[in-house]
Design a protein around this ligand. Sequence first.
Ligand code: SAM
Length: 206
Amino acid sequence: MVKEQLRARGIQDLGVLEAFNKVERHKFVLPELKDSAYGDFPLSIGEGQTISQPYIVALMTECLQISPSHTVLEIGTGSGYQAAILAERALHVYSIERHEVLASKAEALLKELGYGNISITAGDGTLGWQEYAPFDRIIVTAAAPRVPLPLLEQLRNGGKLVMPLGGSFGQILTLAEKERDKITYRKICDCVFVPLVGKYGTKVNN
Ligand code: SAM
């Protein structure tokens, strides 16, 4: 996976590659999908949600240029795999998942794997996590037409946020950077994510 899907496609950050070598992806997928855990595609994790394709997880992590002093907010814990990758690079990861079942499953797994620097809560991540703001880095692993305002407010000056922006059928992975309270946006690549459902995201009743 690391050689053929990440390095071959241009992921160069040695810290990111090291994290992928260390975190065992098969522990984060459903038992019946373990044989496909290292495939070049997203996989179902239940509740109609997915664990993203390895390359996308790596690309988003690389874009954030995380250093060991950083606190990171993740919206969309899902399986907890991205949180584990982030936790290998950062001081602390705060992660929010709207499906309580997924949040508690990920929390239990990450605890079992020994991650003491990840905090997970169930709720609407579009509101951010004010108690621990501001964050050095924010990653949103579900798509919306624009970045939820509370997340831009909870991003520290000098901080970076990565998120898929667009409609339900396809989005553009976008890097937002905040300097002196001004946000600039940079397009990274086309992508397809599940919707970010919440007050400042897509309004869907499920
Ligand atoms: N990062 C995850 C992983 O490593 O497995 C994959 C995330 S999956 C592509 C997107 C996740 O975002 C889903 O689990 C979904 O339930 C969650 N989600 C969608 N809207 C949300 C919201 N408003 N707040 C928190 N989580 C949300």
